[in-house]
Design a protein around this ligand. Sequence first.
Ligand code: DON
Length: 583
Amino acid sequence: MGLYTRQLIASFAALSVLAVSPASLFAAVPAPVEGKNGMVVTAQHLATDVGVEVLKAGGNAVDAAVAVAYTLAVTYPTAGNIGGGGFMTLRMADGRTDFLDFREKAPLAATKTMYLDDKGEIVPRASLDGYLAVGTPGTVKGLELAREKYGSKDRATLMAPAIALARDGFTLTQGDASILAGGAKRLAKDPEAAKIFLKSDGTPYGEGEVLKQPDLARVLGEISAKGPDAFYKGFAADSIVKASEAGKGILTKADFEQYKVREFKPVECDYRGYHIISSPPPSSGGVIICEILNILEAYPLASQGYGAASTVSQMAEAMRYAYVDRNAALGDPDFVKNPLPKMLDKAYAAEIRQKIDPGKAGKSADLKPFGGKESTETTHFSILDGKGNAVSVTYTLNGSFGAGVVAPGTGILLNNEMDDFTSKPGVPNLYGLVQGEANAIAPQKTPLSSMSPTIITRDGKPFMVIGSPGGSRIITITLEAILNVVDFGMDISMAVNAPRIHHQWQPDKIFYEPYALSPDTIKLLQSMGYTLDGGNDGPVWGQAAGILVGGKSLAEIDKAGAKATGMFGAIDARAVAGSAKGY
Ligand code: DON
């Protein structure tokens, strides 16, 4: 956790001891950034700048998203990618909604037991490191479909900034350098990755130094000139397949040739008059956010207050029940039947509420298995243009710098998304998720995701664009940003920065970030029977990127009424290289 985040959280703590109102808390975080004609919020400042320039040049939010995604592939190699995949949730100004699934698929030669040894035990890190961990990438086809269907600019225009940044290099800020330093050990293991991201003495590039990626510039240039075939049928695919064969992987040319982006209807639900538009399977995100919101809707969260023991208890119970469903029931919709009507039904939420005993911790052992850890190596960006087109994108290599391998000559870091599958029922993956049959490995199947790119409308107009990285915690991070705005009256900056809590059924505890809960609240929750874990186990909890329309906070929007204007963006202070920028 950066010093800044610590100071920020310390300020929250000091203020919460004084029991101040949300209004006075606003001073504790940077003010939301205001835009009149457009807003871009990403985890890397150069990508944000590129997005804003596209909007200024008359591009729409989808054009900006395509340019941002290609730029992040250059300037944010820990998660930005063309060697991975992701999701795009869109809501166009005319009310059309869409969900583009360009997530990775298991190679044709994948098998259910491919990560097990002959005794049926998991081979440690086999689904995480090297070519066997790689799923067929989807990003290039996904971005092209988005551009063709919803964009207005040509591919070369949108890719030019990324190509220039890769070819000419960019100067690393402290945040950029710290991210590279975090991956140095992993990147050193692959000669090609080391050649790109480490200096000749093996140390990572530091603040003020320039990172150039000529191979990646060449591949991006080919995609720009010839389209996705340059990636899926050309030099990139050939080189990746060759390196995969040499590196005990199973990718073939047919995997690349057969890759198809899927379009789905987003998951939609209503919460206290707000309309949530989010990610459907193969993501669990939107479904689980909606299930939790449906459960919470009957509780008076606003009057109970942010961080109150009653609020935290209700949130934890709703999360406990929803995560059990996630784990047991959800998977790639081409392979399993997802019980969405039931999971999204408010009557089902009411049934769950009946089982929740107010003031008393439930018992996960009475339900089914789950667990969890997370890291920070996915990335989310939120974009809104002046016409009201909203785009919410989360894409990823999965773990930090993915599988840690780059096929010679390509400059492309490859994902380790295969780890999101159930390698063996009952055994946790990178995020501690203990998953079931619905998410078993099969050829061309997409692993279940938690990524939750979300757009919220009110009275048929865009209200909020939100999402985050964070492994299995993506869902609760996104959920809490929504609750912070809608129930707790926080401005958008406070909403993405406020300390978070998380429960995911197993292990049966409430995780909390430092200062999320006061000592008194902790005692109250313990007296209800909860086990609490503020151990801050591992990296910070995600990096939410949010936009609110018409005011910094709900109170401001409501006060302005019909005259509410502008858009307000905020990047989580946990994103050390990120920025929000409007114009
Ligand atoms: O799709 C998923 O749910 C994971 N591959 C996301 C990974 C992630 O968020 C890592 N960074 N925090």
